[in-house]
Design a protein around this ligand. Structure first.
Ligand code: FAD
Length: 475
């Protein structure tokens, strides 16, 4: 009897899972599965308790969908990756596993773990690894000289060309199989890691994620370009938490998009292409991470920016975290993050710019705080987004491009609908004054229970430009 083991990681789904599909391809093999929680690693990366709960809930759902197919999901908690490798070695011996199947992860510690795993197990069993969490494997989209692109637009051009030649079909969930282990995996114990409730905005399960994808592609994609920057409107897919832990695959996104909008790849000025473009940004940041692994260590892509003298301003950092900066759009955004674990992309751009370019606080403090709160926390996308806003990344906003938080609010939340939803202290401020609430309050001789701006934007802008210019001139 042949035994195949599937190691689930960031791919918590049964549909279109390459490792699982390959393990199940041999109809005579016994297939078993495992998930190893590593709270010590999560702590090192400040994984959000909400994301831990999201993973846990999906693990329970995964265990039950696998059980319906006769595949037991075993669960183990190990503190660190090194412990996980040791434990797995004993597990494969105990279960007489002939072949191990897993989907690749690309972060530096995960890569080191898998290298150790290969070393420990390759003489004892066959290892089958798959590129599953991206549309195209890292390293497969290269410049004429064979290197990774540093600029997004030519990357996208080459990426789409390569994509059109690639097989990106989604794979079906495996059929139910006859399995002597059926029903024998124990219930999964809660992780030894703080968990925080995930709200109703993000229902659990692959089906819920696929429904959301279907609905978005059918009803919203055509308006994506007009609506994607307006936080008061549900104009984006809100699929990021599912993509981040692999409840949904990017191929499923692409194929659903193509099914609803067959010419999505050709019509470059439409909403469908606009949405595809975001999926390609997701790929770009992951491909970058593999080409420049030091990004995983939170090093800036542009080295001279390491010389910027950041302010040590713990009170300002706390005010930013709590949504109490006195800039209504920044505060509404931070409160949305703190309450739900999700934040609209335009707002992520505004608040990251505010932390770095107004408060002149090291972007890594913001990156870390985001990870500690985000339901969709993802090292590559988060690091890419922060380095973009901080002007430390490749193809990032130039350092002299500094968002004005007030005009950003006026532009993208004109009537203050989003602000009012999250900052109740401003409920009575009229629409036209919502971005300058204290000026309105003064005229009305009223006192608002809302902070005055903690920094003057015009002055902060000058200080930031000077700090970047000094660092650049010293490089
Ligand atoms: P949609 O607009 O519907 O886009 C579809 C999918 O494309 C998203 O679900 C996401 O997987 C991907 N995507 C969209 N925009 C980007 C982008 N700019 N970069 C990379 N992928 C993208 N995204 C994360 O998934 N995890 C993070 O930790 C994260 N941190 C960020 C930090 C900062 C400072 C910034 C500026 C952006 C960050 N993003 C992150 C990217 C982006 O903000 C979110 O992916 C997006 O807001 C999720 O909403 P959505 O699913 O409705 O996106």
């Amino acid at each position: 009897m042949t035994t195949h083991l599937v190691w689930f990681r960031n791919d918590l789904r049964i549909t279109d899972n390459r490792a699982l599909a390959a393990a199940c391809a041999d109809v005579d093999a016994t297939v078993i599965a495992v998930f190893i929680a590593t709270p010590g690693q999560w702590r090192r990366h400040d994984m959000a308790p909400r994301q831990a709960a999201f993973i846990y809930q999906h693990l329970l759902a995964l265990q039950s969908s696998l059980a319906e197919r006769g595949i037991p999901l075993y669960y183990q908690q190990c503190e660190l990756f090194s412990d996980a490798v040791d434990w797995l070695k004993a597990f494969v011996a105990e279960h007489k596993v002939d072949a191990l199947f897993y989907n690749n992860q690309y972060e530096i510690n995960e890569v080191a773990r898998d290298a150790a795993l290969d070393k420990a197990l390759s003489t004892e069993l066959t290892l089958h690894r798959f590129d599953d969490s991206l549309l195209l494997p890292p390293g497969s989209v290269t410049t004429g000289e064979g290197g990774m692109y540093k600029v997004y637009t030519p990357f996208r051009r080459a990426f789409l060309q390569r994509l059109s030649e690639s097989d990106t079909r989604s794979l079906a969930a495996p059929q139910a199989r006859n399995n002597p282990y059926k029903g024998q995996s124990a219930p999964i114990k809660p992780f030894d890691y703080p968990q925080e409730e995930v709200g109703d905005d993000f229902p659990i399960g692959e089906e819920a994620a696929r429904d959301r994808l279907r609905r978005f592609c059918r009803e919203n994609v055509q308006d994506y370009l007009e609506q994607r920057d307006l936080p008061a409107i549900d104009g984006t897919s809100t699929l990021s938490p599912y993509l981040a832990i692999g409840v949904l695959s990017p191929r499923q996104c692409l194929n659903r998009l193509r099914a609803e909008h067959p010419h999505a790849l050709e019509k470059t000025d439409g909403g469908a292409f606009g949405w595809l473009n975001e999926l390609v940004w997701r790929e770009f940041y992951r491909h970058l991470l593999v080409a420049w692994p030091h990004l995983c260590k939170h090093k800036p892509f542009i080295e001279w920016t390491d010389g910027v003298r950041w302010r040590d301003a713990p009170d300002d950092l706390k005010a930013w975290q709590a949504g109490k900066t006195g800039y209504p759009i920044v505060d509404a955004a931070m409160r949305q993050l703190n309450a739900t674990g999700w934040m609209h992309n335009r707002l992520r751009m505004i608040v990251s710019s505010f932390l770095v370019k107004d408060l002149l606080i090291d972007w890594r403090s913001g990156e870390r705080y985001f990870m500690s709160q985000l339901l969709d926390g993802d090292l590559a996308a988060n690091n890419g987004g922060w380095q973009w806003g901080a002007s430390t990344g490749t193809d990032a906003a130039p350092y002299f491009r500094i968002f004005n938080p007030t005009t950003q609010g006026e532009r993208f939340d004109k009537q203050g609908r989003f602000i009012k939803a999250w900052v109740p202290e401003l409920a009575e401020v009229p629409e036209k004054d919502i971005h300058h609430p204290h000026q309105w309050a003064e005229k009305q001789r009223r006192v608002l229970d809302y902070p005055h701006p903690i920094i003057d934007h015009a002055r902060a802008r000058k200080d930031t430009l000077a700090a970047f210019e000094t660092a650049k001139s010293r490089a």
